[in-house]
Design a protein around this ligand. Sequence first.
Ligand code: HEC
Length: 115
Amino acid sequence: MVRYFYGVLVLLVFCLYSCHNTDGSSKGVLKEVKESKPDAVSDGAITYRKRCAVCHGNDGAAGIYNAAYLGISTMDDASIAKVLKSGKGAMPSFSNSLNEVQIMQVTSYIKTLRH
Ligand code: HEC
């Protein structure tokens, strides 16, 4: 019974989390960041150089530890934020080291690496 309860709880949390991400609220934060601080991309670039370039490289193509090539990534903002918060494969989670605003800034920056 206790297990069942936890199962339901996990599902509920997951659902709340997904709903949160699909209702566009992450994009809302990004928009707010851009409006309040037009240089969100350049702030994102600083975070990127400090935290991400070690694996992804300055241009997103280094592929160290098999890091994804960001130039051809097609992820939307919500999915990027999810990867940053939860980590993926060899990529660590940044939920303790980057706040919501920094995540949105670095997200807008890595999209400029696409071509
Ligand atoms: C320790 C190395 C490492 C660091 C540091 C790192 N990443 Fe990654 N990243 C990876 C690896 C490895 C993958 C591929 C994960 C997989 O698909 O299994 C990845 C995947 C991604 C993806 C998914 C791309 C796609 O289309 O699949 C994004 C976006 C991303 N990283 C962004 C970032 C950002 C932004 C930072 C800095 C905040 C960062 N990464 C820091 C190693 C790293």
